[in-house]
Every structure is written in structure tokens, then in C-alpha cells.
Design a protein around this ligand. Structure first.
Ligand SMILES: [Zn+2]
Ligand SMILES: [Zn+2]
Length: 416
């Protein structure tokens, strides 16, 4: 019996990885331009990092983590997200003692035991950035602008940016009490999830997608009504900076991030017309996170974007075009010319010409067919007769023309 891949995972074959590489190239170029350095953290971490850094009581930590005990009895977890590992790495490597801010980005697989559905995988990929050590609202605007610039560079149009401020623990304490007052009497109307959140974290109720909860929350108090002066001022500067950067946004007073270390700016990037669930990514400020995992009080802001969804949008909006294949030179042999062909192929590759050869013992005619199928632009036919004159035949597959070229010149000619 064949063994199949685990549920919720995918194999990316060469025709698909070409698109991924293009997206990754845009990420690397943009991050270079914006001044972010790449970090690569382990795919697994101590379970405790996510318990503290993502938060007990979140769906991720309660239901979705791939947690296992290793042979040394340690509890480890495949990373479900990138911010907690980035924060750990920032602290563990002493980056908090370097000049601030520290601007980092990551690209890589994350793991969540979620119900697999279209565009959602158990092993999925995220591009994320973090700025540690900048409380300035201009930093919030920068990461948002970077995210939007990323989609723009990929030719993805029409995404909606939703923006809100969730305030600081100070202003949230007031809001929490007001939310409890509002939802308490309506507890019977709420979904099971929200019922259990009501006592622990009433903020999350604002964000529930269930129809009955949205109805119960229609007149509910929202963070914007309870921002303290500092939080209000910060939010105003974020919006002003976004205007200066010509990033359009929509205020969404119900956009929340439920955990205590999330502060002030919260944003989400949505595909319009695809339902409220359809965020391609989001982020915000998390001034309490570094402290939550045991570090000093360092402000932070960042985002994480889903690359599977991004790729889906690229292929939809760009009509699924693949980049043209590299112009491939195929070295064909006719007769006992194998050794010359081997050397010629090596010389082509040495000067950077993408080139390949026959490995299946095909006839010359079959080799030509195979070369055409591979998309070869040129075929060099190394034939016995030509070789006696020190020449090979160079065939232009597009034009269907061929010429004899001296063996000494053919590499230089194909290179140019
Ligand atoms: Zn505040
Ligand atoms: Zn609900």
C-alpha cells in the first residue's frame, strides 16, 4: 500500500515552487528595502514558550498545537506561529541590548492541528515581520505599509485593510467591565465559545463570526469608546502616518486581538466579498509580549501573512501564469559522441547556461522530441560526422533552423 502524506499537508512540485520562489523573492527584496533582517528559528520550541507567548485560553494553545514529549522527557511543540519564537530569539541572543529598534522578518512553515479546508493547511507558511523596541506610531504604520506594499508588488489588488486600536491594559480594564455588563444579560444568546469566553476575555466576543453573537453585540461598547488619552493620541498618529504613506484603511471598531499583551494598533487584511473569515493576514502592536515571555518591557509591533492564501490570490488574479522556463540547452548525441557531449555539457553549465542531456538511451529523433517537450530553446547535436570536422550542429528550436558551429565556439555562442 502506498503511504500518503499526512492530512492537511501538501507537496509542492516544481511547477508550484516556481510561484513560491517568486513570492519569496519579493519578500526578500522588500525586507531589504525596508531594513529588516531575516531570522530563522527552530521549527520546534519548548511548549511553554507558546503557552506564555501565544497565551493559554487561545484556540491555538488549547486545541491546535502539535505537542510531543521527546526522549529526554521535555515537552516540545511544532511552532504554530512566528512571533513568540522571534521574541525568544530576540531575548536569548541579547538583541535587546543592541541599538533599538531591531527589525526582523521570517518566512517559513507553521503547524496547527486545524480542520483542513480550502486554503487552510496543518502545515502552512507565513511571512512575518517584527519591530522590537519602537513605541513610535510611525513603526505601526511602517509594518502596515510594508504588508500592503507586498501585495501590491505581487499584483494583488482590492484587498481591504481593517484598522482598530484595542488600547492598553489601563483603558481595557474599563472596557472589560462595560462588555461584561453588556453581554452578561445576553449570555443565553451567545454561541458556546463566547459563553465560555464571557468570564475570561469578553473582548473576544466582539470578534465572533457567529450570527447570534454579532446580533448580541450590535450595541456593545467597543475599544474606541474607552481609549485613554495616550492610546487615543497614538491611534491618531498611526492613521496620520498611513495617510502620509497613502495606505487606505477602514476603521473597524470590532476588530480585536484578545490577549493582554496586544496593545493599541490591531489590523487585518481581508479579501473583500469572501466573508469575514477571509483574512490573508494581520498584526498589530504587542507591547506586553516581551515581558510575557520573561524579558524586560520592550514595545513591539508586527504582522504575519498567510502565504498559501497569498499564492491563491496571485494565481487567481494573474491568471495562474508561470514564469517562462529558463532557456534550456539540450545536448543530444548521435553515434559514439557521448564523451564529447559530457564535456560540452559541463562547459555550458560552468559558464551558467542551463543545460541538460539525454539519460535514457533515446534515438536522436526521440531526443529532439524530448528536448522540445522540455521547452529547450536550443539543441546542440553532437554527431559523429560533424565531430570529425571539429563541429557540432546547433538547432534553434523556436525557428526550426540549424547551423554548424565549431566545437570551440559553441559554448561562447550559447552563452551570449
Ligand atoms: Zn490606554
Ligand atoms: Zn460567539
Amino acid at each position: 500500500m502506498l503511504i500518503s502524506r499526512p492530512r492537511g499537508t501538501s507537496d509542492l512540485l516544481p511547477h508550484a515552487t516556481a510561484g513560491w520562489q517568486r513570492v519569496e523573492a519579493v519578500i526578500r527584496d522588500l525586507c531589504r528595502v525596508y531594513g529588516y533582517g531575516e531570522i530563522r528559528t527552530p521549527l520546534f520550541e519548548s511548549t511553554e514558550l507558546f503557552q506564555r507567548g501565544v497565551g493559554e485560553g487561545t484556540d491555538i494553545v488549547e486545541k491546535e498545537m502539535y505537542t510531543f514529549t521527546d526522549k529526554g522527557g521535555r515537552s516540545l511543540t511544532l511552532r504554530p506561529e512566528g512571533t513568540a519564537p522571534a521574541t525568544r530569539a530576540y531575548l536569548e541572543n541579547g538583541l535587546h541590548t543592541a541599538p533599538q529598534p531591531v527589525k526582523l522578518y521570517y518566512v517559513g512553515p507553521m503547524f496547527r492541528h486545524d480542520r483542513p479546508q480550502a486554503g487552510r493547511y496543518r502545515q502552512f507558511h507565513q511571512f512575518g515581520v517584527e519591530i522590537f523596541g519602537a513605541a513610535d506610531p510611525a513603526a505601526d504604520a511602517e509594518v502596515i505599509a510594508l504588508a500592503m506594499h507586498f501585495f501590491e508588488r505581487l499584483g494583488i489588488a482590492g484587498l481591504e485593510l481593517h484598522l482598530n486600536s484595542v488600547g492598553c491594559p489601563g483603558c481595557r480594564a474599563v472596557l472589560r467591565a462595560k462588555l461584561a455588563d453588556h453581554f452578561g444579560p445576553r449570555a443565553g444568546e451567545l454561541c458556546a465559545n463566547c459563553k465560555s469566553r464571557l468570564g475570561k476575555n469578553p473582548l473576544r466576543l466582539l470578534d465572533c463570526k457567529e450570527e447570534q453573537c454579532r446580533a448580541a453585540g450590535r450595541e456593545a461598547p467597543v475599544p474606541a469608546d474607552y481609549l485613554c488619552a495616550e492610546c487615543g493620541g497614538h491611534f491618531e498618529r498611526v492613521r496620520r502616518n498611513l495617510e502620509l504613506l497613502e495606505v487606505s484603511f477602514r476603521l473597524n471598531p470590532c476588530l480585536v486581538r484578545g490577549l493582554d499583551y496586544y496593545t493599541r494598533t490591531a489590523f487585518e487584511i481581508l479579501v473583500p466579498g469572501r466573508g469575514a473569515q477571509d483574512a490573508v493576514g494581520g498584526g498589530g502592536r504587542y507591547d506586553g509580549l516581551v515581558g510575557a515571555i520573561g524579558g524586560p518591557a520592550v514595545p513591539g509591533v508586527g504582522f504575519a501573512l498567510g502565504l498559501e492564501r497569498t499564492l491563491l490570490l496571485v494565481s487567481k488574479q494573474a491568471g495562474g501564469e508561470e514564469p517562462p522556463p529558463d532557456p534550456v540547452v539540450f545536448v543530444a548525441t548521435a553515434g559514439e559522441t557521448e564523451e564529447t557531449a559530457t564535456v560540452l555539457l559541463a562547459r555550458l553549465r560552468a559558464v551558467g547556461v542551463p543545460a541538460d542531456r539525454e539519460y535514457a538511451g533515446r534515438s536522436l529523433k526521440a531526443q529532439m522530441k524530448y528536448a522540445a517537450k522540455r521547452g529547450a530553446r536550443w539543441v546542440v547535436i553532437v554527431g559523429e560526422d560533424e565531430l570529425e570536422a571539429g563541429e557540432v550542429t546547433l538547432r534553434d528550436m523556436g525557428a526550426g533552423l540549424q547551423v554548424r558551429v565549431s566545437l570551440g565556439e559553441v559554448v561562447e555562442r550559447l552563452r551570449s
